[in-house]
Design a protein around this ligand. Structure first.
Ligand SMILES: [Zn+2]
Ligand SMILES: [Zn+2]
Length: 173
């Protein structure tokens, strides 16, 4: 069995629980993408460890952003009914919006990542300079790296259910 190397990223959200009022609650969000033959860049090249790590970071921050739409401490969240919890997750999912036009994302929307704003509609970023994500330098005439929004939604599931099962086993350094 093949094990792919994972590059985990963890971000911590700090919030005050709006339900019970407890302050200084924290919640960690961890994402781990792996270097594997299915995890490719637009141009078809397999993502490098640095690119995969960045992918994990973006994913972890996205999870945190979703959570912060409606944060709840663990105790309050455990107290929810199954239906309430589903509603909460649905609400968080739907609340992720393009930071430029504030519109929601549909699976078929073409998106691009802005270095400061995160995921935006590609159309909303049109005309803004393309920068190298590693250096922050502007790339003259650079092409925006675009992807369908569904890719963000599906990637996790695809990797989990694809030919890389338990791909993270033993991969955490
Ligand atoms: Zn609470
Ligand atoms: Zn937009």
């Amino acid at each position: 069995m093949v094990t792919f190397k994972g590059f985990p990223a963890v971000v911590t959200a700090r919030f005050e629980c709006p339900k019970c009022g407890k302050k200084n609650r924290t919640r960690k969000f961890r994402a781990e993408c792996t270097v594997n033959p299915l995890n490719k860049n637009e141009d078809g090249s397999i993502k490098s460890p640095a690119e995969v790590l960045r992918q994990s970071q973006v994913r972890a921050v996205e999870e945190m952003d979703k959570f912060l739409v409606k944060p709840l401490c663990t105790t309050c969240e455990r107290g929810l009914t199954y239906a309430e919890r589903n509603g909460l997750f649905e609400e968080r999912r739907n609340a992720i919006r393009c930071p430029i036009c504030a519109g929601p994302f549909k699976p078929e929307d073409t998106c691009a990542s802005d270095i400061t704003e995160g995921t935006c509609h590609a159309a909303c970023l049109e005309g803004s300079p393309v920068v190298d994500l590693d250096t922050g330098e502007e790339i003259p005439g650079g092409m925006l790296d675009t992807y369908p929004y569904s890719e963000i939604m599906d990637q996790e599931a695809a990797l989990a259910g694809g030919p890389a099962p338990s791909s993270t086993t033993g991969a955490v350094a």
